[in-house]
Design a protein around this ligand. Structure first.
Ligand SMILES: O=P(O)(O)OC[C@H]1O[C@H](O[C@H]2O[C@H](CO)[C@@H](O)[C@H](O)[C@H]2O)[C@H](O)[C@@H](O)[C@@H]1O
Ligand SMILES: O=c1ccn([C@@H]2O[C@H](COP(=O)(O)OP(=O)(O)O)[C@@H](O)[C@H]2O)c(=O)[nH]1
Length: 463
Protein backbone atom coordinates (compact mmCIF):
# COMPACT_ATOMS: atom_id res chain seq x y z
CA UNK A 1 0.00 0.00 0.00
CA UNK A 2 1.40 3.41 -0.99
CA UNK A 3 1.79 6.01 1.71
CA UNK A 4 -1.04 8.55 1.76
CA UNK A 5 -0.46 12.27 2.23
CA UNK A 6 -3.64 14.24 2.91
CA UNK A 7 -3.55 18.00 2.59
CA UNK A 8 -6.43 20.19 3.76
CA UNK A 9 -6.90 23.53 5.43
CA UNK A 10 -7.92 21.96 8.71
CA UNK A 11 -6.20 18.97 10.24
CA UNK A 12 -8.30 16.83 12.54
CA UNK A 13 -6.88 15.33 15.67
CA UNK A 14 -8.33 11.83 16.31
CA UNK A 15 -7.97 12.06 20.08
CA UNK A 16 -10.59 14.82 20.15
CA UNK A 17 -13.06 11.90 20.04
CA UNK A 18 -16.68 12.99 19.83
CA UNK A 19 -15.96 16.17 17.87
CA UNK A 20 -14.57 14.30 14.87
CA UNK A 21 -16.42 14.33 11.56
CA UNK A 22 -16.79 11.31 9.30
CA UNK A 23 -14.14 12.69 6.97
CA UNK A 24 -11.60 12.76 9.79
CA UNK A 25 -12.49 9.23 10.83
CA UNK A 26 -12.15 7.85 7.29
CA UNK A 27 -8.94 9.62 6.51
CA UNK A 28 -7.45 8.78 9.90
CA UNK A 29 -8.00 5.06 9.22
CA UNK A 30 -6.28 5.27 5.82
CA UNK A 31 -3.46 7.37 7.23
CA UNK A 32 -2.86 4.86 10.02
CA UNK A 33 -2.85 1.90 7.62
CA UNK A 34 -0.43 3.52 5.18
CA UNK A 35 1.65 5.24 7.89
CA UNK A 36 0.74 8.44 6.09
CA UNK A 37 0.66 12.06 7.12
CA UNK A 38 -1.97 14.81 7.30
CA UNK A 39 -0.72 18.28 6.42
CA UNK A 40 -2.54 21.56 7.05
CA UNK A 41 -2.83 24.82 8.94
CA UNK A 42 -2.42 24.59 12.72
CA UNK A 43 -5.17 27.16 13.22
CA UNK A 44 -2.55 29.34 14.94
CA UNK A 45 -1.39 32.77 13.87
CA UNK A 46 2.26 33.75 14.08
CA UNK A 47 3.76 37.21 13.76
CA UNK A 48 6.18 36.27 10.98
CA UNK A 49 5.83 33.17 8.80
CA UNK A 50 8.70 30.79 9.54
CA UNK A 51 7.78 27.73 7.49
CA UNK A 52 8.52 25.64 10.55
CA UNK A 53 6.59 22.38 10.50
CA UNK A 54 5.20 20.99 13.74
CA UNK A 55 5.08 17.20 13.59
CA UNK A 56 2.75 15.34 15.91
CA UNK A 57 1.32 11.89 16.27
CA UNK A 58 -2.19 11.60 17.59
CA UNK A 59 -3.81 8.18 18.06
CA UNK A 60 -1.56 6.71 15.37
CA UNK A 61 -2.12 9.53 12.88
CA UNK A 62 0.88 11.68 11.98
CA UNK A 63 0.18 15.35 11.38
CA UNK A 64 2.35 18.14 10.03
CA UNK A 65 1.05 21.65 10.57
CA UNK A 66 2.24 25.16 9.92
CA UNK A 67 1.29 28.46 11.50
CA UNK A 68 0.17 31.31 9.25
CA UNK A 69 0.60 35.08 9.52
CA UNK A 70 -2.35 37.31 10.30
CA UNK A 71 -2.27 38.68 6.75
CA UNK A 72 -2.36 35.12 5.40
CA UNK A 73 -5.43 34.30 7.45
CA UNK A 74 -7.15 37.54 6.41
CA UNK A 75 -6.46 37.16 2.71
CA UNK A 76 -6.47 33.39 2.24
CA UNK A 77 -8.96 31.94 4.77
CA UNK A 78 -11.31 34.83 5.61
CA UNK A 79 -10.67 36.47 2.24
CA UNK A 80 -10.40 34.38 -0.93
CA UNK A 81 -11.69 31.12 0.59
CA UNK A 82 -14.61 32.43 2.64
CA UNK A 83 -15.49 35.82 1.12
CA UNK A 84 -14.88 34.95 -2.52
CA UNK A 85 -15.02 31.22 -3.32
CA UNK A 86 -17.49 30.01 -0.65
CA UNK A 87 -20.33 32.41 -1.59
CA UNK A 88 -19.66 32.12 -5.33
CA UNK A 89 -19.59 28.32 -5.22
CA UNK A 90 -22.85 28.38 -3.21
CA UNK A 91 -24.39 30.53 -6.01
CA UNK A 92 -24.30 33.75 -3.93
CA UNK A 93 -22.57 36.14 -6.33
CA UNK A 94 -24.49 38.96 -4.62
CA UNK A 95 -22.24 38.69 -1.56
CA UNK A 96 -19.03 37.36 -3.12
CA UNK A 97 -16.15 39.82 -2.78
CA UNK A 98 -13.45 40.12 -5.37
CA UNK A 99 -10.23 41.72 -4.18
CA UNK A 100 -6.77 41.40 -5.68
CA UNK A 101 -5.24 41.06 -2.21
CA UNK A 102 -7.39 38.02 -1.49
CA UNK A 103 -6.25 36.27 -4.65
CA UNK A 104 -2.63 37.17 -3.94
CA UNK A 105 -2.89 35.88 -0.37
CA UNK A 106 -4.57 32.66 -1.55
CA UNK A 107 -1.76 31.93 -4.00
CA UNK A 108 0.88 32.87 -1.44
CA UNK A 109 -0.53 30.51 1.19
CA UNK A 110 -0.97 27.70 -1.34
CA UNK A 111 2.69 28.19 -2.24
CA UNK A 112 3.54 27.99 1.47
CA UNK A 113 1.70 24.65 1.60
CA UNK A 114 3.51 23.43 -1.52
CA UNK A 115 6.87 24.37 0.09
CA UNK A 116 5.83 22.56 3.27
CA UNK A 117 4.61 19.39 1.60
CA UNK A 118 7.31 19.09 -1.06
CA UNK A 119 10.20 17.89 1.13
CA UNK A 120 7.92 15.30 2.76
CA UNK A 121 6.91 13.64 -0.53
CA UNK A 122 8.51 10.35 -1.57
CA UNK A 123 8.16 9.03 -5.13
CA UNK A 124 5.52 6.35 -4.37
CA UNK A 125 3.33 8.50 -2.15
CA UNK A 126 -0.28 9.19 -3.08
CA UNK A 127 -1.41 12.74 -2.39
CA UNK A 128 -5.00 13.76 -1.73
CA UNK A 129 -5.79 17.46 -1.61
CA UNK A 130 -9.12 18.64 -0.13
CA UNK A 131 -11.41 21.51 -0.86
CA UNK A 132 -11.66 25.02 -2.18
CA UNK A 133 -8.89 26.38 0.04
CA UNK A 134 -6.30 24.40 -1.92
CA UNK A 135 -7.32 24.35 -5.59
CA UNK A 136 -3.95 25.45 -7.08
CA UNK A 137 -1.80 23.33 -4.77
CA UNK A 138 -1.49 20.41 -7.20
CA UNK A 139 -0.10 22.62 -9.94
CA UNK A 140 2.42 24.13 -7.52
CA UNK A 141 3.57 20.64 -6.53
CA UNK A 142 3.90 19.57 -10.18
CA UNK A 143 6.06 22.64 -10.78
CA UNK A 144 8.35 21.35 -8.07
CA UNK A 145 8.74 18.17 -10.10
CA UNK A 146 6.45 15.78 -8.21
CA UNK A 147 5.04 13.13 -10.54
CA UNK A 148 3.07 11.29 -7.86
CA UNK A 149 -0.60 10.44 -8.10
CA UNK A 150 -2.43 13.51 -6.85
CA UNK A 151 -6.19 13.65 -6.33
CA UNK A 152 -8.40 16.60 -5.48
CA UNK A 153 -11.82 16.53 -3.86
CA UNK A 154 -14.19 19.49 -3.76
CA UNK A 155 -16.52 19.32 -0.75
CA UNK A 156 -18.74 22.19 -1.85
CA UNK A 157 -20.89 22.66 -4.99
CA UNK A 158 -19.41 23.62 -8.35
CA UNK A 159 -21.35 26.65 -9.63
CA UNK A 160 -23.00 26.99 -13.04
CA UNK A 161 -20.72 28.51 -15.71
CA UNK A 162 -22.72 31.74 -15.92
CA UNK A 163 -21.93 32.39 -12.24
CA UNK A 164 -18.36 31.16 -12.24
CA UNK A 165 -17.38 33.62 -14.95
CA UNK A 166 -18.01 36.45 -12.46
CA UNK A 167 -14.76 35.45 -10.73
CA UNK A 168 -11.80 37.47 -12.00
CA UNK A 169 -9.21 35.09 -13.55
CA UNK A 170 -11.66 32.21 -13.36
CA UNK A 171 -10.04 30.21 -16.13
CA UNK A 172 -6.61 30.53 -14.52
CA UNK A 173 -7.99 28.95 -11.36
CA UNK A 174 -9.86 26.17 -13.16
CA UNK A 175 -6.83 25.38 -15.32
CA UNK A 176 -4.87 24.49 -12.18
CA UNK A 177 -7.22 21.54 -11.61
CA UNK A 178 -5.66 19.88 -14.65
CA UNK A 179 -2.51 19.24 -12.64
CA UNK A 180 -4.41 16.58 -10.68
CA UNK A 181 -5.04 13.02 -11.84
CA UNK A 182 -8.55 12.74 -10.41
CA UNK A 183 -10.93 15.52 -9.45
CA UNK A 184 -13.95 14.50 -7.36
CA UNK A 185 -17.31 16.13 -6.66
CA UNK A 186 -20.16 14.98 -4.44
CA UNK A 187 -22.85 14.92 -7.14
CA UNK A 188 -23.45 14.55 -10.88
CA UNK A 189 -24.85 18.09 -10.90
CA UNK A 190 -21.61 19.68 -9.69
CA UNK A 191 -19.63 17.42 -12.04
CA UNK A 192 -21.85 18.38 -14.96
CA UNK A 193 -21.32 22.09 -14.23
CA UNK A 194 -17.55 21.55 -14.16
CA UNK A 195 -17.59 19.76 -17.51
CA UNK A 196 -19.81 22.45 -19.00
CA UNK A 197 -17.37 25.15 -17.93
CA UNK A 198 -14.37 23.31 -19.37
CA UNK A 199 -16.10 22.69 -22.70
CA UNK A 200 -17.87 26.01 -23.20
CA UNK A 201 -15.51 28.43 -21.54
CA UNK A 202 -12.12 26.85 -22.13
CA UNK A 203 -12.59 24.83 -25.30
CA UNK A 204 -11.74 21.55 -23.58
CA UNK A 205 -13.36 18.21 -24.35
CA UNK A 206 -15.21 15.56 -22.41
CA UNK A 207 -15.23 11.84 -23.07
CA UNK A 208 -17.07 10.01 -20.29
CA UNK A 209 -15.09 10.51 -17.10
CA UNK A 210 -12.13 11.90 -19.03
CA UNK A 211 -11.85 15.66 -19.37
CA UNK A 212 -9.11 17.06 -21.57
CA UNK A 213 -7.65 20.53 -21.73
CA UNK A 214 -4.54 21.55 -23.61
CA UNK A 215 -3.18 18.01 -23.91
CA UNK A 216 -3.80 17.10 -20.26
CA UNK A 217 -6.49 14.54 -19.47
CA UNK A 218 -7.86 14.11 -15.98
CA UNK A 219 -10.62 11.95 -14.58
CA UNK A 220 -13.50 14.00 -13.20
CA UNK A 221 -15.93 11.94 -11.13
CA UNK A 222 -18.95 12.18 -8.87
CA UNK A 223 -18.32 10.36 -5.61
CA UNK A 224 -20.62 11.28 -2.70
CA UNK A 225 -19.09 11.32 0.76
CA UNK A 226 -20.81 9.24 3.42
CA UNK A 227 -20.69 9.02 7.19
CA UNK A 228 -19.06 6.36 9.32
CA UNK A 229 -22.40 4.56 9.60
CA UNK A 230 -21.44 1.74 12.01
CA UNK A 231 -19.70 4.22 14.29
CA UNK A 232 -22.65 6.61 14.26
CA UNK A 233 -25.22 3.87 14.86
CA UNK A 234 -23.13 2.68 17.81
CA UNK A 235 -22.81 6.27 19.09
CA UNK A 236 -26.57 6.71 18.97
CA UNK A 237 -26.93 3.72 21.31
CA UNK A 238 -24.06 4.78 23.54
CA UNK A 239 -24.06 6.26 27.01
CA UNK A 240 -23.50 9.91 26.05
CA UNK A 241 -26.33 9.76 23.49
CA UNK A 242 -28.73 8.06 25.91
CA UNK A 243 -28.03 10.66 28.57
CA UNK A 244 -28.58 13.52 26.17
CA UNK A 245 -31.72 11.93 24.71
CA UNK A 246 -33.17 11.56 28.17
CA UNK A 247 -32.28 15.13 29.11
CA UNK A 248 -33.91 16.49 25.96
CA UNK A 249 -37.01 14.29 26.25
CA UNK A 250 -37.62 15.37 29.84
CA UNK A 251 -37.46 19.01 28.83
CA UNK A 252 -39.93 18.45 25.98
CA UNK A 253 -42.77 17.27 28.19
CA UNK A 254 -44.24 15.05 25.46
CA UNK A 255 -43.96 17.69 22.75
CA UNK A 256 -42.68 16.64 19.34
CA UNK A 257 -39.20 17.96 18.67
CA UNK A 258 -37.98 19.23 15.32
CA UNK A 259 -34.21 19.51 15.15
CA UNK A 260 -31.81 21.52 12.99
CA UNK A 261 -28.02 21.25 13.36
CA UNK A 262 -25.89 23.54 11.25
CA UNK A 263 -22.86 25.79 11.38
CA UNK A 264 -24.19 29.32 11.52
CA UNK A 265 -23.79 29.87 7.78
CA UNK A 266 -26.04 31.71 5.33
CA UNK A 267 -25.81 28.73 2.94
CA UNK A 268 -27.66 26.56 5.48
CA UNK A 269 -30.95 28.42 4.95
CA UNK A 270 -31.62 29.11 8.62
CA UNK A 271 -33.55 32.32 8.00
CA UNK A 272 -35.80 30.54 5.50
CA UNK A 273 -36.15 27.64 7.97
CA UNK A 274 -37.32 29.89 10.76
CA UNK A 275 -39.76 31.57 8.38
CA UNK A 276 -41.05 28.17 7.19
CA UNK A 277 -41.57 27.07 10.79
CA UNK A 278 -43.33 30.35 11.59
CA UNK A 279 -45.58 29.67 8.60
CA UNK A 280 -46.34 26.24 10.06
CA UNK A 281 -47.29 27.84 13.39
CA UNK A 282 -49.51 30.33 11.58
CA UNK A 283 -51.19 27.55 9.50
CA UNK A 284 -51.66 25.19 12.47
CA UNK A 285 -52.80 27.04 15.58
CA UNK A 286 -54.21 23.79 17.00
CA UNK A 287 -50.73 22.17 17.15
CA UNK A 288 -48.90 25.15 18.63
CA UNK A 289 -48.05 23.85 22.05
CA UNK A 290 -47.28 20.35 20.80
CA UNK A 291 -44.05 21.14 18.91
CA UNK A 292 -40.67 22.69 19.58
CA UNK A 293 -37.96 23.55 17.08
CA UNK A 294 -34.48 23.06 18.54
CA UNK A 295 -31.96 24.77 16.30
CA UNK A 296 -28.32 24.11 17.14
CA UNK A 297 -26.14 26.63 15.32
CA UNK A 298 -22.55 26.97 16.48
CA UNK A 299 -21.05 30.24 15.19
CA UNK A 300 -18.71 29.86 12.24
CA UNK A 301 -16.21 32.12 10.40
CA UNK A 302 -17.10 34.98 12.74
CA UNK A 303 -14.53 37.37 11.25
CA UNK A 304 -16.41 37.48 7.97
CA UNK A 305 -19.07 40.20 7.77
CA UNK A 306 -21.74 38.12 6.01
CA UNK A 307 -21.54 35.65 8.91
CA UNK A 308 -21.93 38.45 11.45
CA UNK A 309 -24.95 39.66 9.50
CA UNK A 310 -26.69 36.28 9.34
CA UNK A 311 -26.10 35.87 13.08
CA UNK A 312 -27.74 39.22 13.85
CA UNK A 313 -30.62 38.42 11.47
CA UNK A 314 -31.27 35.08 13.16
CA UNK A 315 -31.06 36.53 16.68
CA UNK A 316 -33.75 39.03 15.72
CA UNK A 317 -35.91 36.54 13.83
CA UNK A 318 -35.87 33.89 16.59
CA UNK A 319 -36.76 36.63 19.08
CA UNK A 320 -39.58 37.87 16.88
CA UNK A 321 -41.12 34.42 16.32
CA UNK A 322 -40.80 33.50 19.99
CA UNK A 323 -42.25 36.87 20.98
CA UNK A 324 -45.21 36.35 18.69
CA UNK A 325 -46.07 32.75 19.54
CA UNK A 326 -44.66 31.93 23.01
CA UNK A 327 -46.80 31.32 26.02
CA UNK A 328 -45.78 31.40 29.68
CA UNK A 329 -44.97 27.70 29.54
CA UNK A 330 -44.05 27.17 25.88
CA UNK A 331 -41.37 28.63 23.61
CA UNK A 332 -41.61 27.53 19.97
CA UNK A 333 -37.91 27.92 19.07
CA UNK A 334 -34.91 26.96 21.18
CA UNK A 335 -32.07 28.66 19.38
CA UNK A 336 -28.72 27.41 20.65
CA UNK A 337 -25.44 29.01 19.57
CA UNK A 338 -23.15 26.29 20.84
CA UNK A 339 -21.71 23.15 19.34
CA UNK A 340 -22.03 19.64 20.75
CA UNK A 341 -19.73 16.63 20.41
CA UNK A 342 -21.10 14.12 17.94
CA UNK A 343 -21.80 11.40 20.52
CA UNK A 344 -24.19 13.84 22.26
CA UNK A 345 -25.59 15.04 18.95
CA UNK A 346 -26.55 11.44 18.19
CA UNK A 347 -28.84 11.51 21.26
CA UNK A 348 -30.35 14.85 20.23
CA UNK A 349 -31.09 13.48 16.74
CA UNK A 350 -32.68 10.38 18.23
CA UNK A 351 -34.94 12.44 20.45
CA UNK A 352 -36.27 14.40 17.46
CA UNK A 353 -39.43 13.45 15.58
CA UNK A 354 -38.28 15.50 12.59
CA UNK A 355 -34.83 16.37 11.21
CA UNK A 356 -35.14 19.69 9.40
CA UNK A 357 -32.20 20.03 6.99
CA UNK A 358 -32.91 22.85 4.58
CA UNK A 359 -29.76 24.40 3.10
CA UNK A 360 -30.16 26.73 0.14
CA UNK A 361 -27.15 25.01 -1.40
CA UNK A 362 -24.83 22.41 0.14
CA UNK A 363 -22.06 20.21 -1.24
CA UNK A 364 -23.35 17.17 0.63
CA UNK A 365 -24.67 17.79 4.20
CA UNK A 366 -23.61 15.08 6.60
CA UNK A 367 -26.12 16.12 9.26
CA UNK A 368 -28.92 14.71 7.08
CA UNK A 369 -27.22 11.29 7.04
CA UNK A 370 -26.35 11.41 10.72
CA UNK A 371 -29.96 12.22 11.64
CA UNK A 372 -31.20 9.14 9.79
CA UNK A 373 -28.46 6.87 11.18
CA UNK A 374 -29.27 7.92 14.76
CA UNK A 375 -32.95 6.92 14.59
CA UNK A 376 -34.59 4.08 16.46
CA UNK A 377 -35.44 1.50 13.71
CA UNK A 378 -38.70 0.65 15.51
CA UNK A 379 -39.87 4.26 15.74
CA UNK A 380 -37.86 6.40 13.33
CA UNK A 381 -38.26 10.13 12.86
CA UNK A 382 -38.79 11.83 9.50
CA UNK A 383 -36.11 13.68 7.54
CA UNK A 384 -37.22 16.86 5.76
CA UNK A 385 -34.46 17.67 3.30
CA UNK A 386 -33.74 20.50 0.89
CA UNK A 387 -33.63 19.38 -2.71
CA UNK A 388 -30.57 21.66 -3.06
CA UNK A 389 -28.35 19.62 -0.71
CA UNK A 390 -26.00 17.10 -2.33
CA UNK A 391 -27.50 14.54 0.07
CA UNK A 392 -30.87 14.82 -1.71
CA UNK A 393 -29.47 12.89 -4.70
CA UNK A 394 -29.09 9.86 -2.42
CA UNK A 395 -31.80 10.31 0.23
CA UNK A 396 -34.78 10.29 -2.10
CA UNK A 397 -37.06 8.89 0.61
CA UNK A 398 -36.76 12.01 2.71
CA UNK A 399 -39.53 14.59 2.34
CA UNK A 400 -37.76 16.68 -0.27
CA UNK A 401 -38.67 20.35 -0.28
CA UNK A 402 -37.77 23.69 -1.80
CA UNK A 403 -36.28 25.59 1.16
CA UNK A 404 -37.25 28.95 -0.33
CA UNK A 405 -40.95 28.10 0.00
CA UNK A 406 -42.40 28.61 3.50
CA UNK A 407 -45.61 26.87 2.36
CA UNK A 408 -43.73 23.73 1.27
CA UNK A 409 -41.84 23.69 4.53
CA UNK A 410 -45.02 24.15 6.55
CA UNK A 411 -46.81 21.38 4.63
CA UNK A 412 -43.86 19.01 5.04
CA UNK A 413 -43.72 19.59 8.81
CA UNK A 414 -47.45 18.84 9.03
CA UNK A 415 -47.06 15.71 6.89
CA UNK A 416 -44.09 14.48 8.94
CA UNK A 417 -45.95 14.94 12.23
CA UNK A 418 -48.92 12.96 10.90
CA UNK A 419 -46.92 10.26 9.09
CA UNK A 420 -47.95 6.72 10.08
CA UNK A 421 -45.33 4.45 11.63
CA UNK A 422 -45.30 2.08 8.63
CA UNK A 423 -44.44 4.88 6.21
CA UNK A 424 -41.81 6.27 8.55
CA UNK A 425 -40.20 2.83 8.76
CA UNK A 426 -40.32 2.28 5.00
CA UNK A 427 -38.71 5.63 4.23
CA UNK A 428 -36.11 5.18 6.97
CA UNK A 429 -35.12 1.69 5.78
CA UNK A 430 -34.64 2.90 2.20
CA UNK A 431 -32.45 5.80 3.33
CA UNK A 432 -30.51 3.65 5.76
CA UNK A 433 -29.65 1.16 3.03
CA UNK A 434 -27.89 3.86 1.01
CA UNK A 435 -26.23 5.40 4.06
CA UNK A 436 -24.79 2.01 5.01
CA UNK A 437 -23.82 0.98 1.48
CA UNK A 438 -22.20 4.26 0.53
CA UNK A 439 -20.54 5.11 3.81
CA UNK A 440 -17.34 7.02 4.31
CA UNK A 441 -15.08 3.98 3.79
CA UNK A 442 -16.85 3.29 0.49
CA UNK A 443 -16.24 6.92 -0.52
CA UNK A 444 -12.54 6.80 0.34
CA UNK A 445 -11.99 3.46 -1.44
CA UNK A 446 -13.96 4.55 -4.51
CA UNK A 447 -11.85 7.67 -4.87
CA UNK A 448 -8.58 5.83 -4.13
CA UNK A 449 -9.37 3.22 -6.81
CA UNK A 450 -9.86 5.94 -9.39
CA UNK A 451 -6.57 7.49 -8.40
CA UNK A 452 -4.90 4.12 -8.79
CA UNK A 453 -6.32 3.75 -12.33
CA UNK A 454 -5.52 7.33 -13.20
CA UNK A 455 -1.85 6.69 -12.92
CA UNK A 456 -2.13 4.33 -15.87
CA UNK A 457 -3.52 7.25 -17.87
CA UNK A 458 -1.00 9.74 -16.57
CA UNK A 459 2.17 7.77 -17.42
CA UNK A 460 1.69 7.68 -21.22
CA UNK A 461 0.79 11.40 -21.16
CA UNK A 462 4.12 12.20 -19.64
CA UNK A 463 6.27 9.80 -21.63
O1 LIG B 1 -13.34 24.75 8.40
P1 LIG B 1 -14.50 25.70 8.53
O2 LIG B 1 -14.29 26.98 7.79
O3 LIG B 1 -14.90 25.91 9.97
O4 LIG B 1 -15.77 24.99 7.87
C1 LIG B 1 -16.16 23.65 8.15
C2 LIG B 1 -16.16 22.80 6.88
O5 LIG B 1 -17.25 23.25 6.08
C3 LIG B 1 -17.36 22.77 4.73
O6 LIG B 1 -17.93 21.46 4.68
C4 LIG B 1 -18.24 20.81 3.45
O7 LIG B 1 -17.82 19.48 3.51
C5 LIG B 1 -18.76 18.52 4.03
C6 LIG B 1 -18.10 17.14 3.95
O8 LIG B 1 -17.80 16.78 2.63
C7 LIG B 1 -20.05 18.58 3.20
O9 LIG B 1 -20.99 17.63 3.71
C8 LIG B 1 -20.64 19.99 3.30
O10 LIG B 1 -21.77 20.08 2.44
C9 LIG B 1 -19.62 21.04 2.88
O11 LIG B 1 -20.14 22.33 3.20
C10 LIG B 1 -16.02 22.88 4.03
O12 LIG B 1 -16.10 22.41 2.71
C11 LIG B 1 -14.90 22.23 4.81
O13 LIG B 1 -13.66 22.42 4.13
C12 LIG B 1 -14.83 22.94 6.16
O14 LIG B 1 -13.78 22.38 6.95
O1 LIG C 1 -22.62 21.10 17.26
C1 LIG C 1 -22.21 20.48 16.28
C2 LIG C 1 -22.67 20.78 14.96
C3 LIG C 1 -22.19 20.02 13.90
N1 LIG C 1 -21.27 19.04 14.11
C4 LIG C 1 -20.79 18.20 13.00
O2 LIG C 1 -20.38 19.00 11.92
C5 LIG C 1 -20.59 18.29 10.71
C6 LIG C 1 -21.28 19.22 9.72
O3 LIG C 1 -21.14 18.67 8.44
P1 LIG C 1 -22.10 19.06 7.25
O4 LIG C 1 -21.65 18.28 6.08
O5 LIG C 1 -23.52 18.87 7.62
O6 LIG C 1 -21.88 20.63 7.01
P2 LIG C 1 -20.58 21.57 6.98
O7 LIG C 1 -20.57 22.28 8.31
O8 LIG C 1 -19.39 20.69 6.80
O9 LIG C 1 -20.83 22.52 5.86
C7 LIG C 1 -21.43 17.07 11.03
O10 LIG C 1 -20.61 15.91 11.02
C8 LIG C 1 -21.94 17.34 12.43
O11 LIG C 1 -22.11 16.21 13.24
C9 LIG C 1 -20.81 18.75 15.39
O12 LIG C 1 -19.99 17.85 15.58
N2 LIG C 1 -21.31 19.49 16.44
Amino acid sequence: MSRLIVISNRVSRPSKGGEQGGLAVALAAALRQSRGIWVGWSGNVTEKFTGQIAFNEDDGVKTATIDLEEQDVDEYYNGYANKTLWPLFHFRIDIAEYARDFEGGYNRVNQRFADTVSPLVEPDDVLWVHDYHMIPLGQMLRRKGHRNRIGFFLHIPWPPTRLLVSLPHHSKLVETLFAYDVVGFHTEEWLESFRHYVEKEMGGSVDGDHVTLGGRTIQAIACPIGIDAPEFIAASKGEAAAKMQEQVRKSLQDRAMIVGVDRLDYSKGLEERFNGYARFLKDNPDIHRQVVLVQIAPPSRGEVESYQEIRATLDALAGRINGEYSDVDWTPIRYVNQGYPRDQLAGIYRAARIGLVTPLRDGMNLVAKEYVAAQDPEDPGVLILSRFAGAATQLKDALLINPYSPEEMSDAIGKALRMPLEERKRRWQAMMQIIEEQDVSWWRSAFAMRLEDAHKVREPQEA
